[in-house]
Design a protein around this ligand. Structure first.
Ligand code: PRT
Ligand code: ZN
Length: 284
């Protein structure tokens, strides 16, 4: 079977999480910082370490079968690739920001103004949709300093914590797109058996991340109230305890409403609650 190639960022914000995800999929490889290609010893896969901007085209052209990159980069490069899986890291949003003392109040006020960005394609489409004619100034970096230097009236840049905007006297004004890291594939790659195997592994790691394993003890008479609060993969397991009248319940609960669920369980009579991380959840 042909060896697959997956392109990930060589260094930068997505590198560490991309490497961690692939390692959690059970793939053995060296995270060489100095080389471009790293072979995986226990799966027919090679890892290409690239600048993130180059990944979409490598995947589009089939030089790499798969890639991990921010959605913002894919949209900006307008490549034709398959979106295979959102990966839940590298989350940020592309926003238009204005100076704290700007007179811009409505989107239409951007008409005739200049906006500095490294995302002219995405911004251009956004403004066109809103029927706004603004002057897009494409620059290659440090977008946030351009209003202060008098180079533009506004900027359009990625924001995660908002700290960079704040420290440059800027405030968010409009959301253009939200983004996270995504697994992309060359067109048709989703039909490849090895790609499917890798995607299943990735999905089992992502599912496990979103879920916690919980063990708790409860008096039999309170069991119905506790069970009413629990989803489980299929359904919770209930096991008798050595102490008469008590049972242990084993289940998984979603990370997102974790703390609410735990306090509800305590109110329903759950005791000795133990919470554990899950490595993988394989459904089929
Ligand atoms: O060297 P290479 O070309 O590979 O990397 P790069 O420098 O172009 O990209 P990199 O590593 O900075 O970002 C890679 C990807 O991470 C981006 O394409 C996004 O998908 C994602 N990402 C998530 C971010 C951010 N969060 C982010 N905050 N990319 C950039 N930023 C920058 C932003 O441009 C601004 O300068 O961080 C600053 C704002 O951050 P806050 O926290 O102050 O709001
Ligand atoms: Zn880049």
């Amino acid at each position: 079977m042909k060896t697959l190639k997956i392109a990930i960022q060589k260094s930068g914000r997505l590198n560490e999480k991309s490497v961690e995800l692939l390692k959690n999929c059970g793939l053995n490889f060296e995270n060489y910082k100095s080389s471009l290609i790293s072979p995986v010893s226990n799966f027919p896969l090679e890892i290409l370490f690239l600048r993130d901007d180059d990944i979409p085209e490598y995947v589009q052209d089939g030089i790499a079968d798969l890639g991990i990159v921010g959605e913002n980069v894919i949209e900006e490069t307008e490549v034709s690739v398959s979106y295979l899986q959102h990966l839940g890291f590298g989350k940020c949003s592309l926003k238009i920001a204005i100076t704290n003392n700007s007179d811009i109040e409505n989107l239409s006020d951007l008409g005739g103004r200049s906006i500095a960005t490294t995302y002219p394609v995405i911004l251009g489409k956004f403004l066109k949709k809103q029927n706004i004619q603004a002057d897009i100034r494409t620059i290659s970096g440090s977008v946030e300093i351009s209003p202060g230097l008098g180079l533009s009236d506004a900027i359009c840049d990625l924001v995660s914590t908002g700290g960079t905007l704040k420290s440059n006297g800027l405030k968010p004004f409009a959301d253009v797109m939200s983004s996270e890291a995504i697994l992309i594939g060359s067109k048709g790659s989703e039909n490849n058996d090895l790609v499917q195997e890798l995607m299943q592994r990735i999905q089992s790691v992502l599912r496990a991340k979103e879920t916690k394993y919980v063990v708790l003890n409860v008096l039999k008479e309170n069991l119905p109230n506790v069970l009413a609060l629990l989803p489980g993969v299929k359904s919770p397991s209930v096991l008798p305890l050595a102490e008469e009248g008590w049972v242990a319940v084993h289940t998984v609960i979603p990370e997102r409403d974790f703390w609410d669920r735990i306090s509800q369980l305590k109110q329903a009579g759950a005791q000795g609650i133990v919470v554990m991380p899950i490595e993988k959840i394989i459904l089929e």
